[in-house]
Design a protein around this ligand. Structure first.
Ligand code: AMP
Length: 221
């Protein structure tokens, strides 16, 4: 394994991207850059961006390209990303963002774009059961034993359902994915930078498929 890489992980929300990105970031020793996490931090800090983001996120919509591109440009310019690389999670989500990202990364292009492929019905089930620690972001799966309050095993924070994980907002996000984000599969496929990974299976199996695809794409010759 060669440390460092510039990677994108695409896929429907609920496909397990977040968890896999954390593992990939540890494996290749690169920062995990999640635009959803950046926006949620802004909401918690009650910044101007946070106020805009909260409205859009709760409705299951997309924050404007201009704002998102500015945030990512600033983040990719920091030392860790410049020297080691990164795994981008949740960005790009539109062709406009992908075109802007190509400009931002012109001197250090993306190594490989991974598309984590999980059918819509399956992700709908997974997101409905998703619970998240509001402090450290650890994901949990709700079962029939409701705990109240539900305390995070990692940090002791409160585990809850995300405000944007209502059935209405989930369906809106999945429709937006088909309309706005799925064209990226063709966009990156045309440039020969895409690896489509079957995201159905145990998290360990899916992780092995992902890192194998990265290693294959980066093998010289
Ligand atoms: P995520 O944690 O990636 O599921 O993102 C949560 C929400 O943040 C999304 O449903 C969008 O409202 C917003 N968001 C995150 N990344 C982007 C992006 N690249 N473009 C537009 N909106 C985004």
């Amino acid at each position: 394994m060669i440390p460092g890489a510039r990677l994108i992980l695409l896929g429907r929300q609920g496909a397990g991207k977040g968890t896999q990105c954390v593992r990939i970031s540890r494996h290749f020793v690169v920062p995990h850059i999640s635009t959803g996490d950046i926006l949620r931090a802004a909401v918690r800090e009650r910044t101007e961006l946070g106020a805009i983001a909260k409205r859009v996120m709760d409705a299951g919509g997309l924050v404007g390209d201009e704002i998102m591109v500015g945030l990512v440009k600033e983040r990719l310019n920091r030392d860790d990303a410049r020297t080691r690389g990164y795994i981008l999670d949740g960005f790009p989500r539109t062709v406009g963002q992908a075109v802007a990202l190509d400009e931002i990364t012109a001197s250090r292009p993306i190594d490989v774009v991974l598309d984590l492929d999980v059918p819509r019905l399956l992700v709908l089930e997974r997101i409905t059961a998703r619970r998240v620690c509001r402090d450290c972001g650890t994901n949990y799966v709700a079962d029939h034993h409701e705990r109240s309050p539900w305390i995070c095993e990692v940090c002791g924070g409160e585990v809850m359902q995300r405000d944007d994980d209502t059935t209405e907002a989930i369906n809106c996000r999945l429709d937006l994915y088909e309309e706005q984000t799925s064209p990226l599969i063709e966009f990156y496929g045309r440039h020969g930078r895409l690896a489509v990974i079957d995201g159905v299976g145990s998290p360990d199996d899916v992780f092995v498929r992902l890192i194998t695809a990265v290693d294959d794409a980066r093998r010289p010759g």
